[in-house]
Design a binder for this molecule. Structure first.
Ligand SMILES: Cc1cc2nc3c(=O)[nH]c(=O)nc-3n(C[C@H](O)[C@H](O)[C@H](O)COP(=O)(O)OP(=O)(O)OC[C@H]3O[C@@H](n4cnc5c(N)ncnc54)[C@H](O)[C@@H]3O)c2cc1C
Length: 399
């Protein structure tokens, strides 16, 4: 067993881990990031990659590109919170002075029979590529209607459904004008009574109206009980035939095993203090999707993870100067969902806005450019997306 020491160690190089490392390296504090994949994926653009509007690889940012940061591709299997120290899959023990846990959350099939085998989740670049391949193969090489079901009508489910409308009704037929015209059946299923459950009633109504007008059939207030290669079964016995079932049903925190096991909240999120530290552990922070403030749990959003990462970095600097970390305060960046390529709902504070056309692109680009790592060239991916939509064809869909 190899043992090494880093002054500051970060587990997970997603939005939270990246911005914590960025803040520390900016102030020349030695920092190491261990991430299973060694790269992070810009998840907000996954649905465009899954529908062929951008190249999935363009969404990956390799952590080795970060300046003055040691990046290691390995999986942390266990965390000794008291030490603090971590053990990795490759047999290394890493001790550290301060530890930041940012392992995110992963897809949860919630024990639904057949879901793991017969659905396509949307969490990684590989997931997006698998959806894109299945979609174009169904569209170009099948016969009869193209039958699609999306499970989960949160922001991810609504955005992928809208993008599937755009791509099947407009972009695929224009990209392959010689292929036979195919009809498309699109179903969106959720156990809640409205889509976009975290948004206002007006935004929910807009999403439902826009998608219904585009031909999407909603199945609300229904749980999925089973999935097979034939489609989806609902809790009232209804069968929804599907050749492509996208799983946007939710996430839970799995991550490495912690000793002692922390108190967890909804979805397995680790409960933390207001200053982002694990209760009782001065040198251990937990941020992003994996964490929830005991008093004030925030949504699992990139903007929350980014701000928490920056705050954890600043707090570690304070501790090293003998000062006490400050409580974290979230600056609300607003919430938005693209429903179709030219239609979005935006909520800033208590205000609700429906935005269409060019302003919708503009707001979407602004909100997401804020999340892009500084070293990244993924603005090109954003540009590709706008370009593909304006030309109405895709260079990433091939027969
Ligand atoms: C499809 C989709 C669309 C989204 N769209 C938006 C959006 O439009 N706007 C928005 O604000 N948010 C959006 N989000 C949410 C946003 O992506 C997350 O809130 C954010 O990524 C959380 O950051 P994080 O650092 O906590 O975790 P992540 O970004 O998930 O990063 C966790 C990292 O930890 C690594 N890791 C996990 N376990 C281990 C381990 N044991 N050892 C080593 N490494 C490990 C993983 O490889 C990963 O790189 C979206 C999410 C999805 C899935």
């Amino acid at each position: 067993m190899t043992q090494i020491h880093h002054e500051v160690l970060i587990v997970g190089g997603g939005f939270g881990g990246y911005y914590a490392a960025h803040e520390l390296s900016r102030h020349k504090i030695p920092v190491a990031v261990i991430d299973t994949r060694g790269y992070q994926t810009f998840q907000p653009l996954l649905y465009q990659a899954a529908t062929g509007l951008i190249e999935p690889d363009d969404l990956d940012f390799h952590l080795s590109e970060m300046k003055r940061v040691t990046s290691v591709a390995d999986t942390v299997t266990a965390v000794d919170v008291a030490a603090p120290a971590v053990s990795t899959a490759s047999g290394v023990t890493v001790t550290c002075d301060q530890l930041v846990l940012a392992p995110g959350a992963t897809v949860d099939f919630f024990g639904v029979t057949g879901a793991a085998d017969h659905t396509f989740p949307l969490y990684t670049g590989a997931d997006a590529r698998a959806i894109k391949d299945r979609l174009q193969s169904l569209f170009l090489h099948g016969d009869g209607p193209v039958r699609i079901a999306v499970v989960g009508a949160g922001a991810t489910g609504v955005e992928i459904t809208g993008a599937l409308v755009d791509v099947t009704q407009e972009i695929l037929p224009r990209t392959f004008p010689d292929s036979p015209k195919r009809s498309v059946e699109l179903n969106l299923i959720d156990h809640g009574t409205a889509p976009l459950r975290s948004m206002s009633a007006e935004s929910q109504q807009t999403a439902q109206t826009v998608l219904t007008d585009a031909g999407v059939v909603f199945h609300l207030g229904r749980d999925v009980t089973a999935v097979s290669d034939q489609g989806v079964t609902l809790d009232d016995g209804t069968s929804v035939p599907s050749d492509l079932t996208v799983w946007a049903g939710g996430l839970s925190v799995q991550g490495p095993q912690l000793d002692p096991e922390p108190t967890r909240g909804h979805g397995g999120r680790i409960l933390i203090d207001a200053d982002l530290r694990l209760p009782g552990h001065e040198g251990v922070y937990c941020i992003g999707d994996a964490a929830a403030d005991r008093e004030n749990p925030l949504p699992q959003l990139g903007s929350v993870a980014k701000q928490q990462g920056l705050h954890a970095g600043r707090s570690i600097r304070r501790q090293r100067e003998g000062k006490t970390p400050q409580p974290f305060r979230y600056r609300d960046m607003g919430d938005m969902a693209m429903i179709r390529h030219d239609q979005a709902v935006v909520e800033m504070g208590r205000h609700h806005r429906e935005v269409t056309g060019t302003p919708a692109y503009g707001m979407w680009l602004g909100l997401h450019a804020y999340l892009l790592p500084g070293e990244s060239n993924r603005l090109e991916a954003l540009h590709d997306w706008v370009h593909e939509l304006s030309t109405g064809t895709s260079q990433f869909l091939t027969d």
